[in-house]
Design a protein around this ligand. Structure first.
Ligand code: GUN
Length: 297
């Protein structure tokens, strides 16, 4: 039997209606939420992602600013830009699009972002907070995947989840979030020996390797849930995921397509995190205003 296709577009559109309402409330009662995106270099995929982020901000009523730097910009220039944005009260979320040019130390850039504006959840303090069960911001792609699984009532408690990929953006935070939900988690990479022996025992497989078609139907337990994070462009220009979709959809119980699966959810969760950052800033401003007026008496 053919798998149920998990539509990221459908869930994202539904969530975006709720997000629009939160933006309206913030804008009417306080101020418009604001997101700053820093892009360095001319990676064509990054340019498309950043454009899509700005477009989605506009659709939802979020103020956005894009800061474009050339590929040879010194690290200190980008650090200065981050400091300025940290201090800018109209900006509630800051995202530095990855990857960055080779001469830039990603860890130093990420650590410079104010933790309360780190809507990617990549700052070491926010990674630690997630790992210890006190997340401030959940990284957008794995957060979107958790939302998709919940929307389709796919259980996680006690289930065996196999995450293939160990990146800081997807694989590692994904494993932490699945653990948080009570799953038994195995982390593999594209280099794992006998990868199929792991994936075949999984109730849920998350593929995040950037290797087109790495997961084939023979590596999937019948009825398992398959989530494909890969966005690979083939020589013929076609987009494809890390899953060999036509075979896998005949074996899996649930499966995400590429495109139209995880991608729209990632941007939606970025919008969610930006709005949440603004809501927290509003609450903090209200407490400060109240305490300030108390002190005046
Ligand atoms: N590059 C690919 N995915 C991401 C992401 O989620 N955040 C950032 N900042 N860069 C990325």
């Amino acid at each position: 039997m053919s798998a149920t296709i998990i539509s990221g577009n459908f869930i994202a559109n539904k969530l975006r209606e709720e997000l629009k309402q939160r933006v309206r409330t913030l804008t009417e009662t306080w101020m418009q939420p604001g997101l700053a995106v820093i892009l360095a270099g001319d990676n064509p995929a990054s340019r498309v992602y950043v454009r899509n982020k700005a477009k989605t901000c506009e659709e939802l009523g979020i103020h956005s600013e894009i800061f474009n730097f050339s590929g040879d910009t010194p690290q200190k220039t980008i650090l200065q830009q981050i400091q300025d944005l940290n201090a800018n009260p109209e900006i509630h979320g800051i995202l530095v699009q990855l990857p960055l040019p080779d001469h830039i130390q990603i860890n130093e850039i990420v650590a410079a972002i104010a933790t309360e504006k780190d809507v990617d959840g990549f700052h070491p303090c926010n990674v630690g907070a997630l790992a210890t069960g006190h997340a401030l911001f959940r990284p957008c792609t794995p957060f979107g995947i958790i939302k998709m699984l919940a929307e389709y009532d796919i259980p996680l408690q006690g289930q065996h989840a196999v995450v293939v990929g160990r990146s800081n953006i997807v694989g590692k935070p994904m494993a932490l979030m699945l653990l948080e939900k009570g799953a038994t988690v195995t982390i593999c990479t594209s280099q794992t020996r006998e990868l199929a022996s792991h994936t075949r025992s999984a109730d849920i497989i998350i593929m995040a390797t950037g290797k087109p078609g790495l997961l084939t139907s023979g590596m999937i337990k019948a009825g398992a849930t398959v989530i494909d994070v890969g966005i690979n462009r083939l020589a013929n220009g076609q987009l494809c995921g890390d899953v060999e979709f036509s075979g896998a959809k005949e074996k899996a119980g649930y499966i995400t397509p590429v495109p139209g699966g995880v991608g729209p959810m990632t941007i939606t969760m970025l919008m969610n995190n930006t709005i949440e950052a603004a809501e927290r800033a509003k609450a903090k401003a209200q407490v400060e205003a109240r305490d300030g007026s108390v002190q005046q008496f």
